[in-house]
Design a binder for this molecule. Structure first.
Ligand SMILES: [Zn+2]
Length: 95
């Protein structure tokens, strides 16, 4: 079944497989399915692999270790130079 949008009626209807008039491969990953809405208007559905959601190609995953390693080394070096003590100084101790 396909969801068919008819621009003349301005509404969507379900198009059964037996109501499909024509199926055509337009290009790689794009399929054109032709049919008619219940009122008889011709409508076309574009579907295929090009219209299915895929993982975002702009996300390359976590930063590579080649980039993060110098930052971690710098952080370790700073820790050794500026070690913070969270203990209270002597005058603040009560006991
Ligand atoms: Zn229609």
């Amino acid at each position: 079944m396909f969801v068919l949008y008819c621009p003349v009626c301005d509404r969507r209807t379900l198009l059964g497989v037996d109501e499909v008039d024509w199926v055509e491969n337009l290009t790689r990953g794009v399929i054109s399915v032709s049919g008619h809405c219940p009122l008889g208007h011709a409508a076309v559905i574009l579907t295929g692999d090009a219209f299915t959601p895929h993982a975002d190609p702009r996300y390359f995953g976590p930063a590579p270790r080649v980039w993060t390693k110098p930052v971690h080394r710098l952080r370790g070096w700073l820790r050794t130079r500026f070690e913070m003590s969270r203990d209270l100084p002597g005058p603040f101790y009560r006991f």
